[in-house]
Design a protein. Structure first.
Length: 162
């Protein structure tokens, strides 16, 4: 299954389309490309699993099985925010070997990330870090909006008139 097909199953066509369209618009604005060329580049990159195109707020990324836990001590990263320079993530499920006490003092993380090892703060990382992970879950903003059926306006309330 292609990456685009799996993303479509994960978040739906509308949310995926909105995400890719925003990436296309960004590319058009930055590089002054024709819209059709930008769409081709973005969809090709997304289908190839390019994390620079895929990374977005409200995603959970899980460390790939082929990645050494010493290179990526957090089993899961939750993207709190996509930034212009990378991703702002919360560490989730720090490996026991990386931090036996879970207080951050003995963590096998680079020193500048130690303050973020309390699972409530986050750290800004380069988006390329996500290449050691695979996208597990994505809750796009659109999924937070009420549906027509969820706001009680599909059928009028009260007795039915004949």
């Amino acid at each position: 299954m292609s990456t685009l097909k799996s993303l479509n199953h994960l978040i739906g066509a509308q949310a995926l389309g909105d995400h890719l369209t925003a990436a296309v618009q960004d590319l058009v604005d930055r590089e002054q490309l024709e819209r059709a060329d930008a769409y081709q580049r973005i969809t090709d990159a997304a289908d190839a699993g390019d994390v620079a195109v895929l990374a977005a707020t409200r995603q959970m990324w899980v460390r790939r099985d082929d990645v050494d836990p010493e290179e990526a001590p957090a089993r899961r990263l939750y993207v709190l925010e996509r930034t212009p320079t990378g991703v702002f993530v919360a560490f989730a499920d720090i490996d026991q070997a990386a931090d036996d006490t879970d207080d951050g003092e003995h963590a096998d993380l680079v020193p500048e990330l130690l303050p973020y090892n309390d699972h409530s703060l986050g750290a800004e990382l380069p988006v390329e870090v996500l290449e050691m992970y695979r996208l597990e879950a994505w809750e796009p903003f659109e999924l937070l909006l009420p549906t027509v059926g969820g706001i009680d306006n599909v059928r009028p309330q009260g007795e039915r008139k004949s």
